[in-house]
Design a protein around this ligand. Structure first.
Ligand SMILES: [Zn+2]
Length: 524
């Protein structure tokens, strides 16, 4: 994700899109970079395992052509495509940084969320139907679930089961549950969702999860956790799942979600939308927004359907978002075919941007930033669809696999369109590397309370530049296009990347990459 720095107090620096709380000397040095260094930073993350699904995403059943203004809902298609849920089988892991979220024995495959939002009462009623498997026999399973929400009913494979809520843990009694079959858990719940404390020091990331505005509109940003603030979930990137969602909201509001819109109906003052995400996603890449939205459609490379969901009173965002087809064409030339069946952006009242899968989340604060930051942020979130979304890290130590690459690709693009000089920028970032390591830790071993700080972005990108210097342009750019396909729709980690790149190049890159990721000072 990215922070526009739109709310920087005087004297702080929105350069890089991060508010730097530690290291005043670094802050001053960043300030010197001015707009030249104003690539927006982003702070997104991930996890990995060795699972790899070859299940292609089902093609959308309908596409819409480009239009220039607000449109009605897409073609009605109430029946989601059948999905082979084995495409979402994962090997969940305990997170080395944040083990309190996610359970390694639990592999969720599909979430069907039926959500009813009352903006006036700020009340959510939900029913989550979760298809899952366990990797060992279990008498109970645990999900992450926001404390303000209360379970009102639960069944497992059509039989009522007991639940216990303790803080942010939901324990479901599952007597005799075996690892042989898929199971279906239905959880009904209600309450007023609240955001929770984040894991870093960025001012745009102090809280994460479901956020309700004073008018009852809703948006989310949920990295490295926070999906659990509004639905019961195994909230860890190593567990990907398919999603369907039906969102009902009153008061003229419309619910927006990842994937393809299947349906939209209005009865009285309640509008209901239905969504299908046909590619397995990590929970931090899920987004929901509810508000006074208008949709504008566009078309990307090879007819790729694009949707921009913009608040009705926002007159500025559309003009910037309409650069998306050009950006996506550049990304396809650089990284290979776009990995999903649709793309778009939803504009929310945040200062960040986030690479939510098939529908990037763009904060209105980003649109108030300078042009280099704003265009860079949009490109950055689209780049994550290849680096972070179709292949995600299986644990949060490897956030650099997302942010280092997204930042590096953002720089390649900014250089290509004349916004920044590659050589000059790499030199500047390199000069800051030592201080970033001192302030936030090495990019592959960052301080646990500095999630998504500058080091994983810029030190990560500098390391990738060094890898390019080591293996040469031809091997580097071929690898850049190939890696997203190696663990397509799954997850990967540092060892996976080192092994793969070393095998391709015939050089053991382990010592080199490990030193760049873990050294407390800039490697010589
Ligand atoms: Zn990012």
């Amino acid at each position: 994700m990215i922070d526009a720095g739109a709310t920087s107090p005087p004297g702080t620096v929105p350069v890089m899109g991060l508010h730097l709380r530690r290291g005043r000397s670094l802050r001053r040095r960043l300030a010197v970079l001015g707009t030249v260094g104003a690539l927006a930073a982003t702070g997104c993350g991930g996890a990995s395992d060795l699972t790899s699904s070859d299940q292609p995403e089902p093609e959308p059943s309908s596409t819409t052509g480009p239009t220039s203004g607000p449109t009605s809902a897409p073609t009605k298609d109430p029946s989601p495509p059948d999905i082979d849920l084995s495409g979402a089988e994962s090997q969940p892991v305990d997170d080395p940084y944040y083990p309190h979220n996610g359970e390694p024995y639990l592999d969720t495959l599909h979430y069907d969320l039926d959500l009813d939002w009352d903006p006036a009462a700020k009340l959510l009623q939900g029913e989550a139907t979760i298809t899952f498997r366990v990797t060992e026999p279990r008498e109970e399973i645990q999900l992450d679930f926001g404390a303000p929400l209360k379970i009102t009913g639960a069944s497992l494979d059509d039989r009522e089961v007991g639940t216990t809520e303790a803080g942010e843990d939901l324990v479901v009694t599952t007597p005799g549950l075996t690892d042989e079959d898929y199971h279906t858990l239905v959880l009904r719940y209600r309450g007023s969702p609240q955001p929770v404390e984040a894991a870093g020091s960025r001012t745009d990331l102090l809280s994460v999860g479901w956020t309700t505005e004073s008018d009852g509109s809703v948006w989310t940003l949920q990295e490295p956790w926070g999906a659990y603030t509004w639905y019961p979930v195994n909230d860890h990137p190593s567990d990907k799942a398919f999603y369907d969602a039906t969102i009902s909201a009153s008061g003229g509001m419309i619910g927006v979600f990842n994937g393809q819109q299947q349906d939209q109906t209005t009865e009285g003052d309640v509008t209901t939308t239905a969504w299908h995400l046909g590619s397995p996603a990590a929970s931090y890449l899920i987004t929901i927004a509810i508000g006074d939205y208008e949709v504008h459609t566009d078309e990307g490379p090879e007819g790729l359907p694009i949707s921009y969901w913009i608040p009705a009173d926002n007159t500025e965002a559309l003009g910037w978002l309409e650069e998306s087809p050009e950006m996506l064409s550049w990304l396809e030339e650089t990284l290979g075919d776009y990995p999903f069946s649709q793309i778009g952006a939803v504009v929310v009242p945040s200062d960040s941007a986030m690479e939510t899968q098939t529908l990037v989340t763009m904060g209105e604060g980003v649109f108030r930033a300078d042009e280099v930051t704003l265009r860079g942020a949009l490109l950055h979130e689209y780049a994550h669809q290849w680096y972070g979304d179709v292949v995600s890290p299986d644990n949060w130590t490897d956030l650099w696999l997302n942010e280092g690459f997204a930042m590096y690709i953002q720089l390649l693009w900014a250089d290509s369109v004349g916004l920044m000089s590659y050589a000059q920028t790499i030199s500047q970032w390199t000069s800051l590397d030592n201080q970033m390591r001192a302030d936030y830790g090495p990019p592959g071993a960052y301080y646990e309370d500095e999630f998504a700080s500058a080091n994983v972005y810029y030190s990560g990108a500098v390391m990738i530049h060094q890898i390019r210097e080591q293996i040469g342009d031809e091997a580097f750019f071929h690898a850049l296009r190939t890696w997203p396909k190696v663990h397509e729709f799954g997850t990967a980690n540092r060892d996976d990347y080192i092994t793969w790149l070393s095998d391709r190049t015939g050089t053991d890159l382990g010592p080199f990459i490990n030193e760049w990721l873990t050294s407390p000072t800039t490697p010589s």
